[in-house]
Design a protein around this ligand. Sequence first.
Ligand code: CA
Length: 232
Amino acid sequence: MNKTKILIIEDEKPIARFLQLELLHEGYIIDIAYDGRAGLEKAVADPEYDLILLDIMLPEINGIEVLRRIRQSMSTPIIILTALDEITDKVMGLDTGADDYITKPFVIEELLARIRAALRKNGLNKNDVSLLKIFDLELDIDRHETKRAGQAIDLTKKEYDLLEYLIRNKGLVLTRNKIIEKVWGFEFVGDTNVVDVYIRYLRIKIDEGYEQKLIQTIRGVGYCIREGKDED
Ligand code: CA
């Protein structure tokens, strides 16, 4: 399981350094940009960031503009860092698509809590894997519950295991053999067609009746769970 990756865009080096050390201590992977232009470039170049901490008063390109440009193509959760007297920036930031804000000077525990909340809301907290999410489909690992658009879905044990495996590897193309190995186990003897059968069961339960299909068939290879168009 990959660790959660956070981009800090902050020109005040002592603050950036402080955030870096605290977040590394929490187990996050950290990247830093010291001005708006560099931050925007990093954010757009790397879709792997799970969250962005964005200062507003930045050289080169200000934070609101960075936010606006990131939001043109990405939905990465963004928490803005504002100074006490930047109330209009705070409002503008939220209007422009920030998920949350924190006012400087802040208590680190509060920022950490807001980071966890923003990640959880977006199903991105890899350091806390009790809730797996793709689009509007959620798997609550602790409770063994599945929901699509808030509606509970009843899955058999094998259907649930298969769906959990797909979501933990969302975006990746998984071959039938790989799925058999991980979901049915090495000792499974039989035809890999069993995967197709269970994928059909899952589709009826989680995709039928929804415009956005999540389980995609990759012809000649296997399956993938992601938002997008099926090749078939
Ligand atoms: Ca600043």
